[in-house]
Ligand binder design. Structure first.
Ligand SMILES: [Zn+2]
Length: 78
């Protein structure tokens, strides 16, 4: 059941940023607020490489073209 749900999520839904990346953005936004900079906004956009909708913090691709180097949405994941 769980695996099926995950598969559906992958097939039909927007690619989400991993929680570690969202946390990273939140921390950066706190620093940006202190520095009077506009916060980084997470937006849904279309990947220019594979045309899938994905959550972006300014990236133009969902990470599909950089997966081989261990990056998703332009950020390193472990
Ligand atoms: Zn893509």
């Amino acid at each position: 059941m769980e695996i099926k749900k995950i598969e559906e999520f992958r097939n039909n839904k927007i690619k989400r940023l991993p929680p570690s990346v969202i946390k990273d953005i939140e921390l950066k936004n706190q620093a940006r607020r202190l520095a009077n900079l506009a916060p980084i906004k997470i937006k849904v956009r279309m990947c220019i490489a594979c045309n899938q909708p994905f959550e972006s913090a300014g990236n133009r691709t969902c990470g599909c073209n950089t997966r081989s180097t261990g990056y998703i949405a332009g950020r390193e994941i472990i």
